[in-house]
Design a protein around this ligand. Sequence first.
Ligand code: G3P
Length: 227
Amino acid sequence: MIYMLDTANLAAIKKAYDLYPLSGVTTNPTIISKENKGFIEILQDIRNIIGEDIMLHAQVLGTTAEEMIEEAKYLKEKIGKNIYVKVPVTQQGIKAIKILKKQDFKITATAIFTAQQALMAGVSGADFVAPYVNRIDNISGNGVEVVKNIIDQIKVYNLDTKVLAASFKNVQQVHEVSKIGVHSITVNPEIMDKMLEHPLTDWSVNEFIKDWKKVYGQSSNTIISEV
Ligand code: G3P
């Protein structure tokens, strides 16, 4: 499983980078606009936290292939290594993906609601395809089913593309796509924390400490002995 964090919030990125096996940070124009700072400044700040080995996904805003390509070049020039250009799967987006792939860009096809959109993006050369699980569920679709169909298609057509499932609103949605072998997920910081939280885990840890202290003394906070 490749874990990514869907946010541009620097404090949240710092925390997740420190604690979790984070392989990438994903953003989109809505996520960026929440930070109310310059676009490139935010991306550079994120890069300073995560270094160059962790993927940074940033989205184009243009609606024509030409605009998207120009923006992709701008992103590569400003952010450089390990930047994944997110391109929505419109007609113009698919055209942009084909052209950018020939120029060695790393691409994440985004705003995916159907398996056929993902297939065409994959065949066009997208490295990742990002289906929006919760947004599909919200239109009475089945986000997990769409993810499953995309995974199956990738196998059938022997594509190098990976599924980056996105738009989660709860841990159960993440669990369902994990069960079917999704390659990667991107979740907001809250869900990332919730994936690990369990009151019985905290209770158990506290019990271990209490039992330990009963025998080794109230001030004994470690198993390391002086001897
Ligand atoms: O980054 C794209 C995707 O994760 C959007 O999620 O929560 O706005 O549906 P959401």
